[in-house]
Design a protein around this ligand. Sequence first.
Ligand code: PEP
Ligand code: MG
Length: 573
Amino acid sequence: MVKTIKGIAASDGIATAEAYLLVQPDLSFTKKSISDADAEVSRLKDAISTSDDELTKIRDIAKESLGEEEAQVFDAHKMILADPEFTGAVEQEVKDNSVNAEQALHDVSENFISIFEGMTDNPYMQERAADVRDVTKRVMAHLLGVSLPNPALIDHDVVIVAHDLTPSDTAQLNSYVKGFVTDIGGRTAHSAIMARSLELPAVVGTDTITTDVKEGDTVIVDGLNGAAIVDPSDSDIKHYQELAKNFADEKAEWEKLKDEPSVTADGKHFDIAANIGTPDDLQGVIDNGAEGIGLYRTEFLYMQSESLPTEEDQFKAYKKVLEGMNGKPVVVRTMDIGGDKHLPYLPLPEEMNPFLGYRAIRISLDRQEIFRTQLRALLRASAFGKLRIMFPMIGTLQEFRDAKKVFEEEKAKLVKDGVEVSDSIQLGMMMEVPAAAVLADQFAKEVDFFSIGTNDLIQYTMAADRGNEHVSYLYQPYNPSILRLIKHVIESAHKEGKWAGMCGEAAGDNTMLPLLLSMGLDEYSMSATSVLRVRSLMKKLSTKDLATLADRAVNESITNEDNKKLVEEYLNK
Ligand code: PEP
Ligand code: MG
């Protein structure tokens, strides 16, 4: 029976393949007293040996698809399984306390985790807590007779179906994954952003996909309209093949603009830049003819690492990006950890509201050794290209001043040591906290540029979680209150002779483009795969026609629907 499930279009394109359910099984168990300890120990040994075989397979595949370094994490897991101090302790617990293997495994692993987490002066050992947690989950699943999903083992074309995908789940998807559909999430969740940069069709926020689909069902992901079609008929498949072909034709048209500048119909030039997560994204930036990098999310460097990346590791990554861009500007954002981005080796306190908590510049200013290492790596790399640095989540002028002071201190030290650093690094900030946007006129006197982070600015202004599909009606960039803030930020920058860009997803939104051009936004930074679409639309718009659009949008419109209509009216004039 064909089922069409509506969701939020998160990444363009159409994909058809078998469903692969990436759903965590229930690992709950009850404590039991046992009478035959030997039988229980033998059950435990079986689960350990099956886990070990599975880890060997995963390690081999990960080595091939992701590289030696990524595969090493699985070696660490195998070492725990081979460690008699760990597995021996679980056996002993079964024998001494006559408890079932599940309970013994749980108790021993909790004990190891708390010991490792307590080693605050030894970050390497602290990181082992996450490994113990992972290995325990695998053995527990085998004891309970359920299977853990192993996306690294996928060896045929699939559409991933999941409740949610974390950024690190998304980073592990191999080339057999043709698209994904999730129960929860919004267009600006980091998994959706990564899907766009991987050109993976995606639909999020369907609410029910994990219960509507069975493993192996055929699923069409319609990332253009935000729908998943389960068990499609032959005519559905034909219809979507046509849609996919039209989309490919349209993309071929955009590709002709690859080497053209980004200009409006009346000849005004604006920069269209790309957002990246790692140096590996550089090829996409070049292939799509972006005029710079407007946001390098450096936290992915930290997330893909097993421990805090060293100054040298970071230097190499930043240098590669700067050199790769060949003199075009590169805006690097300092680490933005927290919210939905975690580092297993940097345990942060559990928080009620992680997006409002200890994150981004707040961590950097508090844990200055991490921040200083990053700034030194950036300063050293600055000799190899046109570097701009910005700080995430700046809420007060004091935070910006403090961050700038640390930057100046590290710069002075390097210069004193005779290290070459550029003298023209611009220092800017993300405009994503409403408190800062309201005071943009004051900030503009001290920064070199603003980059408006609408992904967060919208969620904080509208009090609507960016990843919650139930409040997506509030989470809209066209809302007059959001547009007023954006307009104020751009005007404040211009009054002080500074430039303003936008690196939130709204920068690549077709309906936003006329509004932003009307406000005079200088730089538009987006997923690399959106660059040519936006360049193509920009070519059709004239700033003269749009002169009064922004004023009407912020003064006359009441709702975001009013503004969508207003833009359509202008476009159809
Ligand atoms: C933003 O908030 O708009 C932004 C670009 O940052 P991130 O999506 O990484 O939070
Ligand atoms: Mg942000």
